[in-house]
Design a protein around this ligand. Structure first.
Ligand code: UD1
Ligand code: UDP
Length: 379
């Protein structure tokens, strides 16, 4: 093979920029050392458009500017996905890539997969095989449809492989390790050196907790949202200060519901932060309370105990390793989980490194992914 290969990555939402970064590096390393070149086209759907949810990640993680920006913006699932479909289809017809690469489980992932499969363009799905088994979660539908439409399923863990085998997809599956682990390992030392986020917000290492919340199941139901926020206020008043970089979905819901709630003095609500600040906030936190997918893994990778305010998770390995506890939105369960982690802190910060490596690989998933795609193309 000596002709140039054209790979086209589709991203659109915050966690996808973070997953794209190590793949960009890995393709650059390949091109620097091999005769055969990979042209890597990047398409940004525009699902996330605030600078703090998009541009900051391209800058900090040195991702080249997208070759195409669809600017679809926000909307209902149908409207947003339809605009993306129309936009990416035009680009596919023009660029005729040899492989389309989609990441994770957002509407941008699904749109890329549907458009490519209809044009018979091969699709590689990074972070394939994740299942929460809750079909009311929009991401669950995106995961299932994308996996079944894709040609190459790049699974981050053996648990993900098992889900794909159970669904009859074993022949398309390759275990690669988790690409977000690569991003963490490539950036945590840089974050430690450069981030000033703790002093900016008067936080002391090991003595505050990091909170994030943006799942519709928590934010779009005013009673559930208020129950969580009241519990967090109580924790801030009795245990340790909390810092919450607020996702725009949650901000919009807080404004729309006009909830009878104000944050306690120890509960700092801040704008979304960049990746390096997030690494620093996570690695120094006493614990994390979150409903994010990516944050559950990053807590595990950075030895920070996690409380997941959801009824189920697609990241079972973090639970099975004893690094993460599911509480839903139940105030008593959230308080109990915080107390349990507080007791364990008597022995200092835990070390989850061996468990993380056992489940999520060695932090070189991007190279495995690149090579799996190259192998697939040879066949
Ligand atoms: C999306 C993904 C979710 C992922 C999350 C990462 C889907 C179905 N959901 O959820 O899987 O975990 O991204 O953060 O794809 N908004 C802004 N500025 C922006 C982007 C969004 O203000 O730059 C606001 C808008 O009010 C918008 C709302 O946030 O309606 C939700 O955005 P959307 O991209 O639809 O879903 P997320 O909740 O961000
Ligand atoms: N993140 C960030 N700044 C923030 C919140 C999140 O850099 O203010 C990063 C986080 O470290 C992780 C990714 O964004 O890498 C997760 O995104 P999010 O929680 O929005 O989505 P999910 O993982 O739930 O799909």
């Amino acid at each position: 093979m000596s002709q140039t290969l054209t790979w086209l990555s589709i991203v659109g939402a915050r966690p996808q920029f973070i997953k794209l970064a190590p793949l960009v590096r890995s393709i650059q390393a390949h091109n620097a050392s091999q005769e055969q070149q990979i042209e890597h086209i990047i398409v940004h759907t525009g699902q996330h458009y605030d600078k703090g949810l998009s541009d900051v990640f391209f800058a900090e993680l040195q991702i080249p500017a997208p070759d195409h920006h669809l600017g679809v913006g926000s909307g209902s699932h149908g409207a947003q996905t339809a605009k993306m479909l129309e936009g990416v289809e035009k680009i596919f017809l023009d660029a005729r890539p040899d492989m389309v690469i989609v990441f994770g489980d957002t509407n941008s992932t699904l749109a890329g997969a549907i458009a490519a499969t209809k044009l018979h363009i091969p699709i590689a799905h990074i972070e394939a095989g994740l299942r929460s088994f809750n079909r009311k979660m929009p991401e669950e539908i995106n995961r299932i449809l994308t996996d079944h439409g894709s040609d190459l399923l790049l699974a981050p863990t053996e648990t993900a492989v098992k889900h794909l085998v159970d669904e009859g997809l074993s022949e398309r599956t390759v275990a690669t390790g988790d690409i977000m682990y690569d991003t963490v390992l490539q950036n945590s030392a840089i974050a430690a050196e450069h981030s000033t986020i703790l002093t900016d917000h008067g936080l002391t290492a090991d003595e505050y907790a990091l909170v994030t919340m943006h799942r519709p199941s928590n934010t779009d139901n005013p009673e559930r949202l208020k129950a969580i926020l009241d519990t967090l206020n109580e924790i801030a008043d009795t245990e340790f200060p909390l810092v919450l970089p607020l996702h725009p979905r949650t901000k919009a819901r807080l404004a729309a519901f006009n909830l009878d709630w104000t944050p306690s003095a120890n509960f700092k609500i801040i704008e979304p932060v960049g990746y390096l600040d997030m690494m620093q906030l996570m690695s120094q936190a006493r614990m994390a309370l979150t409903d994010s997918g990516g944050l559950q893994k990053e807590a595990f990778f950075l030895n920070t105990p996690c409380v997941t305010m959801r009824d189920e998770t697609e990241w079972d390995d973090t639970i099975n390793a004893g690094a993460n506890v599911l509480t839903g939105a139940d105030p008593a369960l959230i308080r109990n989980a915080v107390q349990a982690w507080q007791s364990k802190w008597e022995n200092g910060r835990p070390d989850f490194t061996a468990a993380a490596r056992a489940s999520f690989g060695d932090g070189h998933a991007a190279d495995q992914i690149r090579d799996a795609i190259l192998d697939w193309m040879k066949k």
